[in-house]
Design a protein around this ligand. Structure first.
Ligand code: GFP
Length: 801
């Protein structure tokens, strides 16, 4: 049905009318989307079945990527592209006067994730399938993904996200493969024939029902699987309060990241984690056992990856399944478990290294807690042998300490590989944060610098740039992104520079139009589009950006002769609903936008725009239009960053600290093609250790700083003077944990250089093209190949068509 546009058109019309029961003219865009989506899924299904058959018959090792987040973005157009049928479809639709872009707008943007972590998982799935690697994702089918953000009077308001409201054409429900998960109850221990056995009695049963989604590789036959679990009531017991059981059960998969500021929310998060892990492991073992008889060899055929600490319960759960269900001894089970599992750490921020109170954990998962206790006891005994008498060290490294279960420690002890996500991050893990673990397990630790899929972030998001590159260096880079480096030979070519400038301009026009429609703000296409889009968080330092804008405003007001290259500062960010500070920064950006954009003179030179509801589909419009990429986290705190890579691939220049993958970007493009500033990671860590930083000194000694900080509370903004008091306090009273004031001066300096550099248009275009040519290294294909070779030890299957 997709062999040529006429055949497509014919099948589409037939299907549309029969599915909707109305004539073509009466069908809506949504009818058209659903019809096309169904046709594409049907087209995928034969490849999907073949892939699964191949996996069964070849019986080679497969990897399962467990993640609490998969931030997929819309799938229709990406699937068309990967299947190689986008042109045919687009042509056929055009004949019918239908715009594919309009149809795509009907697809909800599944926000089953929060930020970089979840988007990385989605990029990885795309690379696994494209590299013909047998690798699948396991996650949760949240009824409501990350909230929809509305801005009301400058404040963030959260609305439930509704991606499933109109159904999901890509999923297939597989009730026959449901798994049963047990919570609460107690464990009865008995001795039978000299063997200990454990019986879980009085448990509450939850049914985990899988919904499978195809993951289509680019121009290959491989279609892998993303399995998302849905929580449903298992069986109603007599005398049970049916309504509350149903409600409690379904609540497990209702929301991504339930509020965990109270115990009820913490229990829900723990339930989600165990639910994901238990259902996934049961399903992995069941599928292994179909082709293999010896469970002791599971690790020869299966690798399971723990993405961040959320699925760390895979360690005790795999032990439980191997011992209690499969009958292995502790030692046998431990060998299989540790050889099967690997773990990625994504942050050193202590707030994100999960620790669960025992009083919640133990009653909820009694058998799992018993196993963790034993893992901990055995681990501490090992430590005692190594460091006899060093209680302090043992306490510090223990999995259970101070009435808390430490998930990162559990993941490290139970895995064969622990990786960070950029060189500097992995080094910090090895030599500081996890040093004591590195000392005892030096060979487990390694680095895998993150990557992004160029198929979404270049081919799909920026077809204009893609075509320009194709016309310049041919199509090899499409399959081998490192070939983008060939572009470097052409960067001095005036035609290329002009064409690139045109592509960028067109994308700036599109974004400007969107800003005009959504925000009612008219922005200047000739201004620098200076963009910071990412989760709102103190360490990411949106505040530094804001203070710089206030500074510019002051200069422009004070000195009518002060001229700078006009700039449009664009922000996009969601703040976690309970994160007070982050929400205040959102409000601050809006107040600043009001002030700047309404000043008749200043607004001709700078503008501030906050784009509501930042998400994958919006990001696809933003990255191609950016000139400047703000990557200004406090050095040492951003493990890698992946937005930095998306900007670079679309020809934006980075203003960044020497943090995360910014450092590797600098190594790739050279110091002249990136704008770095601020404290180094070492300097930050030294300050943190020696406690010698005094933000007040910077406030008192630098007039520029004093002025902008005072403006937060002196009536400069039209809000109540107390509105931003807490932000000022964070800088002064709380001694500026993220060194905003310490880096302020060097940030101003570098921003001045950016403005000047932009005016040297030719040179700027060359720098942008250099960034694009070096972005191939940051393809997730490279990253995934490294995971496959070094950690998972899996080989490709299938053939490229
Ligand atoms: C986290 C880290 C980032 C890192 C991603 C993916 O992202 O530095 O690039 O994980 O590894 F903080 P966020 O969820 O914070 O965006």
């Amino acid at each position: 049905m997709f062999s040529n546009s006429d055949r497509f058109k014919e099948s589409f019309l037939k299907r549309l009318e029969s599915m909707c029961g109305k004539g073509f003219e009466e069908t809506t865009k949504r009818d058209q989307y659903l019809t096309l989506g169904n046709m594409v899924r049907e087209y995928i299904s034969s490849k999907w079945i073949e892939t699964n058959e191949l996996y069964r018959s070849e019986n080679k090792k497969q990897v399962y990527y467990l993640s609490i987040e998969f931030l997929l973005g819309r799938l229709l157009v990406q699937n068309l592209l990967n299947l190689g049928i986008k042109d045919v479809v687009e042509e056929g639709l055009n004949d019918l006067d239908i715009d594919l872009g309009d149809i795509e707008e009907c697809e909800s943007d599944p926000a089953l994730g929060n930020g970089g972590l979840g988007r990385l998982a989605a990029c990885f799935l795309d690379s696994l399938a494209t590299l013909n690697l047998p690798g699948h994702g396991y996650g949760i089918r949240y009824k409501h993904g990350l909230f929809d953000q509305k801005i009301v009077d400058g404040y963030q308001v959260e609305l439930p996200e509704q991606w499933l409201r109109h159904g999901n054409v890509w999923e297939v429900r597989k009730p026959d493969e449901a798994a049963e998960i047990l919570f609460w109850g107690k464990i009865e221990t008995s001795y039978d024939n000299n063997e200990l056995s454990f019986k879980h009695v009085g448990a509450e049963k939850v049914l985990a029902v899988p919904y499978d989604m195809p993951v289509v590789g680019y121009h290959v036959d491989t279609v892998n699987t993303l399995r998302l679990w849905n929580a449903e009531p298992a069986a109603f017991a007599p005398n049970q309060d049916i309504l509350s059981y149903k409600r409690d059960t379904e609540a497990i998969t209702d929301f991504l990241y339930p509020d965990d500021t109270h115990d009820e929310g913490k229990i829900l998060r723990l339930k989600q984690q165990y639910f994901l892990v238990s259902s996934s492991l049961q399903s992995i073992i069941a599928s292994y056992k179909k082709e293999n008889s010896n469970i002791r060899e599971l690790h020869h055929s299966v690798a399971i990856h723990i993405n961040d600490t959320h699925p760390a319960l895979a360690v005790p759960e795999l032990m439980r399944l191997l011992m209690d269900i499969e009958g292995l001894t502790w030692d046998e089970a431990w060998k299989v478990t540790t050889n099967t599992l690997s773990y990625t750490n994504h942050t050193i921020l202590s707030e994100a290294l999960e620790k669960w109170p025992i009083y919640l954990f133990k009653p909820l998962m009694p058998r799992i807690y018993m196993i963790i206790e034993e893992i901990n006891e055995r681990f501490c005994a090992e430590l005692w042998n190594k460091y006899p008498g060093d209680w302090h060290k043992i306490e510090h490294m223990a999995i259970i300490a101070h009435d808390l279960v430490k998930m990162a420690h559990l993941a490290i002890v139970g895995s064969n590989s622990i990786n960070g996500v950029a060189k500097i991050h992995s080094d910090i893990l090895k030599h500081r944060e996890m040093k004591s673990f590195y000392d005892i397990y030096p060979t487990k630790f390694n680095n895998k610098t993150n990557g992004i899929t160029h198929r979404r972030w270049l081919l799909k998001a920026n077809p204009g740039l893609t075509n320009l590159i194709k016309n310049t260096i041919g199509e090899d880079f499409v399959h081998q992104p490192d070939k983008l480096i060939d572009l470097k030979r052409h960067i001095y070519h005036p035609d290329l520079k002009e064409q690139f400038a045109n592509v960028k301009r067109k994308r700036k026009e599109i974004l400007a139009k969107r800003i005009a429609e959504k925000n009612g703000i008219l922005v200047d296409i000739d201004s620098i589009f200076d963009v910071q889009v990412k989760r709102m968080h103190a360490y990411k330092r949106q505040l530094l950006n804001v203070l710089h804008i206030i500074y510019l405003y002051n200069r422009l007001k004070e000195d009518v002769n002060y001229t700078i290259q006009p700039r449009t500062f664009i922000f996009g960010a969601k703040a976690s609903p309970t994160y007070y500070y982050a929400k205040k920064i959102i409000k601050l950006i809006h107040s600043l936008a009001d002030k700047v954009n309404n000043d008749p003179r200043v607004s001709k030179i700078i503008k501030v725009v906050f784009m509501e509801n930042y998400r994958v589909s919006l990001a696809e419009d933003i990255f191609p239009a950016a000139d400047v990429s703000e990557q200004i986290s406090t050095a040492s705190k951003e493990a890698s960053g992946t937005g930095n890579m998306k900007f670079m691939m679309n020809g934006a220049l980075t203003v960044g600290t020497l943090d995360g993958a910014n450092i590797e970007i600098m190594e790739e493009v050279g110091k002249d093609n990136i704008f770095t500033f601020g404290l180094t990671a070492q300097e930050v860590l030294n300050y943190e250790e020696n406690g010698r930083y005094r933000s007040m000194e910077y406030y008192h000694h630098d007039l520029r700083i004093r002025q902008v900080v005072d403006q937060l509370t002196n009536g400069f903004f039209s809000e109540d003077e107390g509105e931003f008091e807490s932000i000022k306090d964070s800088l002064l009273v709380q001694n500026d944990q993220y060194f905003v004031l310490r880096d302020f001066a060097s940030y101003i300096d570098i921003q001045e250089k950016v403005g000047v550099a932009y005016q040297q248009r030719d040179k700027w275009l060359e720098k942008a093209l250099i960034n694009i040519s070096h972005s191939g290294f940051f393809s997730s294909d490279r990253t995934i190949q490294q995971y496959a070779d070094d950690i998972w030890k899996i080989d490709p299957m299938g053939v490229r068509v």
